[in-house]
Write a protein that binds this ligand. Structure first.
Ligand SMILES: Nc1ncnc2c1ncn2[C@@H]1O[C@H](COP(=O)(O)OP(=O)(O)O)[C@@H](O)[C@H]1O
Ligand SMILES: [Mg+2]
Length: 254
């Protein structure tokens, strides 16, 4: 499969080279969803985050995007503390995300979905449409811009969600299970797209993914959570032969 066409990157609001979680803890009424997790996503890499259901992956992404306040520890964009930042502030400072469950404007067209996102981030109408078309071309939805978003096939909805996150190129993008429900062939296409993000946009990727072929195939490094704690971190090759990981996670998944 070929590399997706390059989309010219607009400058982001941050020159942050890394996104950091330092000794993060999140408690929900006594239950520790995250306990003392530290990790750093570099701007030039795809960083995989894996772990069984309930491991705390989405909670971590929520902390990295202002949707969840940490109980303890720090989240840093570059060297900047993010205490009290709203989701919009995170986005304006270059941290974008997709959601596990879509959150598209289903009754708007595909193009309108990216356009309103770009306008919300400060672009004028014309620039927003221009930018929207370029990013839809990049995700492979150029032929579907006027369709109603709700009418798209499931995998195209996931591509649209990525387009919305990337329409104003962020410094970091957090993708929560983008391959869920995709066929092998669709996963291949997604892998090409995700792999190209750091080079095309100078944007680091945090990839949460259950599909091991996808996450091991595109990640430079992989971090494993289990029960809210770090189990291991390393290259895909290291993680795939880590005994603790095999016992706790990969073994169960087959
Ligand atoms: N808003 C919430 N209130 C209470 N418990 C929550 C909330 N969000 C997540 N949890 C709990 O925190 C743990 C981690 O959940 P989550 O981050 O969604 O895991 P993952 O994304 O790895 O499947 C789970 O036990 C989950 O039930
Ligand atoms: Mg989750």
């Amino acid at each position: 499969m070929t590399e997706p066409s390059a989309v010219p990157a607009d400058p982001t609001n941050t020159d942050a080279a890394e996104l950091t979680v330092d000794d993060l803890t999140v408690r929900f009424e006594g239950l520790a969803a995250i306990s003392g997790v530290s990790l750093t996503v570099e701007r030039h890499e795809v960083f995989g985050l894996i772990g069984p259901n309930g491991a705390g992956k989405t909670t971590l992404v929520n902390c990295l995007t202002g949707f969840q306040a940490p109980t303890g520890g720090r989240v840093l964009v570059g060297r900047e503390s993010t205490v009290g930042w709203s989701p919009m502030q995170f986005r304006e400072m270059g941290v974008a995300r997709t959601f596990q469950a879509g959150r598209l404007f289903k009754d708007m067209s595909v193009l309108e979905n990216v356009e309103v996102t770009a306008v919300g981030l400060g672009l004028g109408r014309r620039r927003a449409v221009e930018r929207g078309r370029a990013i839809l071309d990049w995700v492979g939805l150029a032929g579907k811009t006027s369709l109603r978003a709700g009418a798209l096939a499931y995998t195209d909805q996931r591509r649209l969600a990525i387009a919305r996150a990337m329409v104003l190129p962020p410094a970091f993008v957090l993708l929560d299970e983008p391959a869920a429900g995709m066929s092998d062939a669709e996963c291949e296409g997604l892998m090409v797209l995700v792999s190209s993000i750091p080079r095309t946009f100078v944007c680091g990727v945090l990839l949460i993914e259950h599909n091991m072929r996808v996450v091991m195939g595109v990640s430079h490094r992989v971090h494993v959570l289990d029960g809210g704690k770090t189990l291991a971190e390393g290259t895909p090759a290291e993680i795939q032969r880590d005994q603790a990981v095999l016992a706790a996670y990969l073994g169960v998944e087959g």
